[in-house]
Design a protein around this ligand. Structure first.
Ligand code: SF4
Length: 249
């Protein structure tokens, strides 16, 4: 257990797991480009703001097309203050990766062998339908268990067509989440309610206990708020069975 009450100057968490953006967020867009403001689409409560530079005349496989050429955190976003996270810092590499999956593949070898063949959308959908019908004929529709959650949080993927499709089929119903519900149950058991504070309110805390959480790396946007509270004299107690990476006290 570590206990500290020493006030510290607020600092943003270091980006040990990622390569930070190489250009300052406020750099003016080059000629022929424009800047678009957006919000990270991941199912993550931080909802980081981002700034994207788009080149409208980038050369693509089919000629000139708008291409996002730079992405960085929005310094005006109150909670993330210009920092994204290791998962998203290289988001554009992922979006434009030549290895991105763009068409259906059928596995041709044992699981894990990485052997696949490309099939048409018609063949893929026909095979999925055939397998669903086989399972339903043999065991009933409740033998089908759809599992998905927020995904990119779009209305279609989160609560759109799949619900109607599986509802019409009579498939097994699932709460459709393993993280939020678990957190809510844990909060209710210990705090009496699943509702928590606005994380930025922690700035006014006088005593903070981080129990079994690697906050500095896995809840990185909370860290500057913790540092602000400490600078205001808050006491921080860390209880952790493993040695996490904490700043020097
Ligand atoms: S912490 Fe990462 S995943 Fe979460 S909203 Fe920010 S950039 Fe997206």
């Amino acid at each position: 257990m570590t206990d500290t009450a020493a006030p510290r100057t607020p600092t943003a968490p270091s980006n040990e797991l990622a390569t930070p953006p190489t250009t300052a967020p406020n750099t003016a867009p080059a000629s022929g480009t424009r800047t678009v403001l957006g919000t990270c689409h991941h199912d993550c409560p931080d909802s980081c703001g981002w700034v994207v530079t788009v080149d409208d005349n980038a050369e693509g496989e089919t000629g000139a097309a708008p291409v996002a050429v730079k992405l960085r955190g929005n310094p005006d976003h109150p909670y993330s203050a210009g920092e994204l996270c290791p998962k998203v810092n290289r988001f554009l590499d992922r979006v434009y990766s030549p290895e991105r999956l763009l068409y259906p593949l059928r596995r041709t070898g044992p699981k894990g062998s990485g052997e696949f063949e490309r099939v048409s959308w018609d063949d893929a959908l026909a095979e999925i339908a055939e397998n669903l019908h086989r399972v339903i004929d043999e065991h009933g529709a409740e033998a089908v268990l759809p599992y998905s959650d927020a995904g990119n949080q779009s209305l279609l993927s989160l609560m759109g067509l799949s619900g109607r499709f599986f509802g019409h089929m009579g498939a097994t119903k699932l709460v459709r989440a393993i993280c939020g519900v678990t957190v809510g149950a844990g909060m209710s058991k210990t705090m009496g309610s699943p509702r928590g504070l606005d994380p930025m309110e922690h700035e006014h805390s006088k005593l903070m206990i981080l129990w079994g959480t690697n906050t500095r790396l896995t809840n990185r946007h909370l860290w500057p708020t913790i540092e602000k509270a400490r600078a205001n004299g808050a006491r921080l107690i860390v209880i952790d069975p493993i040695l996490c990476k904490w700043p020097a006290w």
